[in-house]
Design a protein around this ligand. Structure first.
Ligand code: ACO
Length: 333
């Protein structure tokens, strides 16, 4: 794209997150499948996760997170021009979850649509919204990662059910001034050859759920975890390095890395490879597990609200997920 608007800086003006009330601990899971707190903790770092209520959908989680981000940005729903929801657990296949969020917020002027890029979805949304704002199409955007993964987990499969949780995280993007807060660089990538490693095989046009196959739990997450692990480390390392370089920064300039929260061993491996000390890497997966598209923005909001990110700091967000997809962003706060 070209044009005078192309160089207009775009900043994160507010963040928000929402976690459902119900806590499911490793001890609870020990009663459900053949697993142990020791296995889950040593292999993943996860201690507990949140589970949405039966009548609480991805759009509700997204709306609650979005309200908090709007409030922090000093905007009202009426000001909103764009809503992008990143999710792999939409309320319905159509319309988009973002349409329900628009309705819940009463953001009647906002264009609203979803994107599906699994755990990288929030950062895909950030890249799209940044470009649409910087080229002048919109003044601001609400971007949200929201997941009710508990609705797509096979609770009898110990290899996946211990990993995931529900939640939502959001950010408001808007025009900034040169020298102030700015999303400095973004990177997104996809390797469609690896779709088999991580997917929800049923419930789409390739495999509709029918009475004949209903007992096979095909609309559940399926993952070859150890293969995903290897891709996750290299792709996130390369994507983070790419945005650090494009932003004209060095690893030592980065105050905080906010990675996708899938597995503590993956996070540690990335910190090593980026040469960033562990105390500059934000971790909250012990409380929430892997919330897919919601994980990065929930971590960002928590880091911001607990004072780990201050005005002028440089941070890097980085994620990886089904697709395979990966993404990163370098941000000056
Ligand atoms: N409790 C006890 N034992 C278990 C459990 C469990 N919950 N789950 C699996 N095991 C067993 C397996 O059956 C296997 O037993 P075996 O050796 O007798 O066959 C053994 O533990 C080892 O299994 P692995 O899958 O090799 O274990 P690994 O060390 O790879 O850890 C994990 C699994 C945690 C899933 C890891 O591979 C991982 O984190 N992968 C990456 C996940 C990720 O990043 N996903 C991307 C984002 S998700 C998204 O996009 C929606």
């Amino acid at each position: 794209m070209s044009g005078p608007g192309n160089s207009r800086p775009v900043a994160i003006a507010g963040t928000g997150s929402y976690l459902p009330e119900r806590v499911l601990t490793n001890a609870d899971l020990e009663k459900m499948v053949d697993t142990s707190d020791e296995w889950i903790t040593s292999r993943t770092g996860i201690k507990e996760r949140r589970i949405a209520a039966d009548d609480e959908f991805s759009s509700h989680l997204a709306t609650n997170a979005g309200r908090k981000a709007l409030e922090q940005a000093g905007l009202t729903a009426d000001d909103l021009e764009l809503i992008i929801v990143a999710t792999i657990t939409p309320d319905t296949l159509t319309p988009a979850t973002a349409c329900y969020v628009q309705q819940n917020l009463g953001a009647t002027k906002a264009v609203a649509f979803d994107i599906s890029a699994a755990c990288s979805g929030f950062l895909y949304a950030m890249k799209i919204a940044k470009r649409l704002i910087s080229d002048g199409a919109f003044e601001n955007a609400l971007i949200v990662g929201a997941e009710k993964l508990s609705a797509f987990v096979n609770w009898e499969d110990r290899s996946t059910c211990v990993l995931f949780g529900d939640g939502a995280g959001a950010a408001i993007l808007k025009r900034s001034e040169p020298g102030k807060g700015e999303i400095l660089a973004t990177d997104i990538g996809t390797d469609g050859r690896q779709t088999r490693l991580l997917n929800i095989p049923g419930g789409g046009s390739a495999c509709p759920i029918t009475i004949a196959n209903a007992d096979q739990r095909l609309a559940s997450l399926s993952m070859i975890g150890n293969e995903v692990f290897k891709h996750a480390v290299t792709r996130m390392r390369d994507s983070a390095n790419a945005v650090i370089a494009r932003a004209g920064l060095n690893p030592e300039d980065i105050k905080l890395v906010v990675p996708h929260q899938a597995n503590l061993r993956i996070i540690d491996a990335i910190a090593d490879r980026l040469a960033v000390p562990n105390d500059r890497v934000f971790v909250n997966l012990h409380k929430y597990g892997n919330t897919s598209a919601a994980a990065c923005p929930i971590a960002l909001d928590e880091a911001h609200r607990t004072g780990r990110i201050e005005k002028g700091d440089h941070i890097v967000l980085v994620a990886f997920g089904a697709g395979l997809t990966w993404a990163a962003a370098a941000v000056r706060w």
